[in-house]
Write a protein that binds this ligand. Structure first.
Ligand code: AMP
Ligand code: GLY
Length: 413
């Protein structure tokens, strides 16, 4: 099978790496990829969000399958462009990707499907904002209706800060606060059927102790041993299946990976949001534990042939991923600083390194090019060993002013 992976990040490196282990995969391409992906796939300088160019590349390369990683190309309709060119594509249509692209649409679908989630109001005026903030009380949850890479949401006790954020957004969703630990689920979907992958925990805030602003995610682990038994069945029945049925009913069946962000509340599991793609940095730990070959699963989603009784083979090991971000992340990430020590880090037994926002400069040195730069992934049978191996490897990597959390996976057990 010849596959083109679309996207530049750590998630795409993890997907490409898992595909490279699959004996069915004969050729791997990436658009645009990154310097880490370039070691295992042929990279092409094509923008992920340019549907015409991605489809043309897929036709040119005569790939069997295109796998789209990030949300922006999905919301821009790149999967539709690929399918229109006659090539199978893993990733939802522009229409179905609205479940991530518009928070107001997502809330409407959830209400119609009876999915457990925070109560919310969609507001366009200051008066509506004030009424909703008063109705729900603190902590205030204020979300920009559009796509903001995890950064359009504020959670605050300060009503003035909540009002100020709302005033910056054209349309805003104000919600009831959901208290409880968060976790992430991924369901492979083919339009009607779904198969749940192993669960993961992500760390959204930039600083230790869950302080500071929201980010795309600073680290992750899988499995999530503190969840109650039977949570997977609850998720399938209350979070995944009703959503697929509702989107199908609206003429926008969802294929690809559905990624609900979840909270374990005192009243059971509730949905914070749905994403239309794999999570980053969670994918890195989930795929690390997946022994079942990946290509056939993604192809089955793309072609509507997923078997609902699919049994996946998971390593019982714990996998931990720690993100290294550039100085200034998330508000003003600095580009251009050199990153060294990756080989020494990857040589640590049980650890490896995945690239995200890295690039090579004119001298061929690895440099910071984005916000989140590197993922250090480790696995071990003993969860605390997985954590200490990841930090040991991470400490071999040098970058001026690097932003790293030191408490990833501390709450693992
Ligand atoms: P989102 O972009 O919707 O995933 O929100 C980013 C983060 O804000 C989430 O991961 C949560 O930590 C927090 N958050 C969002 N909505 C709520 C809510 N209703 N209650 C509590 N925390 C929330
Ligand atoms: N890690 C959360 C996300 O990918 O949105």
């Amino acid at each position: 099978m010849k596959i083109l992976v679309v996207g530049p990040g750590g998630r795409e490196h993890a997907i490409t790496k898992a595909l490279s282990r699959d004996p069915e995969v004969t050729e791997l391409h990436a658009a645009p990829g990154n310097p880490g992906i370039a070691a295992i796939a042929q990279c092409h300088p094509v923008e992920a969000c340019d549907g015409t160019a991605v489809a043309a590349l897929a036709v040119d390369l005569a790939v069997d399958l295109v796998v789209i990683g990030p949300e922006a190309p999905l919301i821009a309709g790149v999967a539709d462009a690929v399918r229109a060119a006659g090539i199978a594509c893993f990733g939802p249509t522009e229409e179905a990707a609205r479940i991530e692209g518009s928070k107001a649409f997502a809330k409407d679908v959830m209400a119609a499907a009876g999915i457990p989630t925070a109560k919310s109001r969609t507001c366009t005026t200051a008066a509506e904002v004030d009424a909703a903030l008063t109705e729900f009380g603190p902590p205030h949850v204020v979300k920009d209706d559009g796509l903001a890479a995890g950064k359009g949401v504020i959670v605050t006790d300060d009503i003035d800060a909540a009002r100020a954020h709302a005033a910056e957004c054209e349309r805003v969703v104000i919600e009831e606060y959901l208290a409880g630990p968060e976790f992430s689920a991924f369901a492979l979907c083919d339009g009607n059927r779904s198969v749940l992958l192993a669960l993961a925990r992500d760390y959204k805030r930039v600083a230790d102790g869950d302080l500071g602003p929201n980010t795309g995610g600073m680290g992750a682990y899988s499995p999530v041993s503190w969840l109650p038994a039977g949570v997977e069945d609850e998720l399938a029945a209350t979070v995944v299946e009703p959503l697929l049925a509702e989107l199908d009913k609206r003429g926008a069946p969802f294929s690809g990976v559905l990624f609900p962000g979840l909270v374990l509340t005192d009243d059971g599991v509730k949905v914070i949001e749905y994403n239309a793609r794999f999570g980053d940095p969670e994918t890195q730990v989930v795929l690390e534990r997946l022994n079942t070959p990946l290509a056939g699963l993604l192809m089955a989603c793309a072609t509507g042939t997923l078997k609902p009784d699919t049994q996946l083979d998971w390593s019982p090991d714990t996998a931990v991923n720690i993100v290294i971000a550039s100085d200034g992340y998330p508000s003003r990430p600095v580009a251009g600083d050199t990153i060294t020590g990756l080989d020494t880090a990857a040589a640590v037994d049980g650890a490896h390194v995945l690239h995200a926002g890295t690039a090579l400069n004119d001298d061929g040195e690895l440099v910071a090019a984005g916000g989140r730069l590197i993922n250090v992934v480790a696995r071990a049978a003993d969860p605390s060993q997985a954590r200490s191996t990841a930090y040991e490897a991470l400490n071999h990597i040098q970058l001026r002013g690097r932003v790293v959390r030191t408490d990833i996976a501390l709450d693992l057990t």
